[in-house]
Design a protein around this ligand. Sequence first.
Ligand code: NAD
Length: 260
Amino acid sequence: MTGLMDGRNVLITGVRNEWSIAWHCALALHRAGAGLAFSVLSEREASSVHKLLGASSIEAPVFLCDATDDARVDALAAQVRDTFQGRLDGILHSIAFARKEELSGEYLTTSRDGFVLAHESSVYTLVNLSRATRPLLQAAGGGSIVTLTYLGAERVVPNYNVMGVAKAALEASVRYLASDLGKDNIRVNAVSAGPIKTLAARAIAGFDTMIRQVEERSPLRRAVGADEVADAVLFLLSPLARGVTGEVLYVDGGYHIMGM
Ligand code: NAD
């Protein structure tokens, strides 16, 4: 895929460690020639990303940003503007959070503040990042925003609970943002990934069962890897997907097409 993203700059959010899906997306984008900038939640994640960058010989700035904080998101947009001379071609939104205690048992018992926290972290961050970076994407003549979702948005997946409801709002946000931003030639899409062992996933009770079910029941009879999700993200961020917006692309070995 060398050259597909030559001359294009992408902001990557949500790298926590080498298992993060966003890190695999960063590797795929780098191999395709994209210039990268990273935004992470904490100093600890920044140091982890610096180590990953050093080991893979990728040069890219790493900015700190809690994406629920409007002022920090605006400051991030200014840092990205200065890094890439005012233009940005793509954003990967790979951010989600819900309290561990909300990811087991009955959805019925979700607390009000846990509900708000999950939606603010996992959905509003996409809206906020899209708002703040719109002028940079406009300056590039258009661009592509990609987020990551999961089947629990549309089916009841045991223990996924409030995160499933947040992912439903995320997928609806993809459609509304695609409609708002299409006139600027900015596309907004989601990749619905099958279960992959990451730190965020480990918070969901019975996560290993989710993987086992995909291995047993999906048409491909195996779980997908983060590298496969990354290739789909690369496609959506690239000019190959220039006619695609408002879409949810499944990278789950076909699991979602099966009757249960
Ligand atoms: P991960 O734990 O590696 O990444 C989650 C990231 O979200 C972390 O880097 C964390 O710092 C970031 N984050 C949380 N709150 C934030 C905030 N307020 N501001 C900025 N960053 C914040 O786990 P992952 O599995 O790579 O998750 C990435 C995305 O993929 C999430 O949206 C997740 O729901 C989605 N997803 C994961 C799976 C899976 O099985 N792992 C499947 C489908 C979708």
